[in-house]
Ligand binder design. Structure first.
Ligand SMILES: C[S@@+](CC[C@H](N)C(=O)[O-])C[C@H]1O[C@@H](n2cnc3c(N)ncnc32)[C@H](O)[C@@H]1O
Length: 166
């Protein structure tokens, strides 16, 4: 998937920079083993997700406020591209495939300046926009399912602490 996505992105004008591996640590969906305890056709599943880091034109960021809010320790830890923390519980957000707020929060503090606009074209229950609100970024989400939009609005207010219009 990561290789295919990178190839498609490059064809549409993005350049590849690096890959972060999120070690989710647990495989909750494990049901398929392939050929059980046999070398004939076993399945191998890695409990990780890839974050493919891409850019357009220049890697060096020149727009925005120029204000970084990442701490020295966060910068040292997060520029090591193996991130280990647990996934999100489905029950907590009401969405079947949420990621934890920690994931977009790290990406924003590492790759964007305070006040930047963050776009999530597949918003789901709004974890990205919760993170944006928590770290003083503006957020824009697109979601096809109206019910998930309502969950996102509620989460942005409760978890993101946002009190303005949505
Ligand atoms: C993997 S989920 C995102 C979950 C999100 N990261 C969260 O933490 O809740 C992908 C979302 O994309 C939405 N989606 C799928 N096709 C879409 C489309 N064409 N336009 C907008 N949203 C779409 C789905 O309804 C689903 O909620």
């Amino acid at each position: 998937m990561g290789a295919d996505l990178t190839t498609i992105a490059k064809k549409t004008g993005f350049s590849y920079h690096s890959t972060i591996v999120w070690n989710e640590g647990n495989i909750s969906r494990r049901t398929a083993w392939g050929s059980w305890a046999s070398a004939s056709a076993p399945y191998v599943i890695a409990p990780v997700e890839l974050i493919v880091v891409l850019y357009k034109k220049s890697w060096k960021k020149t727009s925005g406020s120029g204000i970084s809010d990442i701490t020295r320790k966060e910068f040292m830890d997060w520029t090591n591209g193996l991130w280990t923390f647990n996934g999100e519980r489905k029950k907590k957000t009401g969405h079947p495939a949420p990621f934890p707020v920690e994931l977009p929060l790290r990406c924003m503090k590492l790759f964007s300046f305070a006040g930047d606009m963050i776009l999530d074209p597949f918003m789901g229950s709004g974890s990205t926009l919760v993170a944006a609100s928590q770290c003083n970024r503006k957020g824009m989400g697109i979601e096809i399912d109206h019910g998930y939009c309502e969950i996102a609005v509620s989460r942005i207010q409760k978890e993101g602490g946002y009190t303005g219009d949505l």
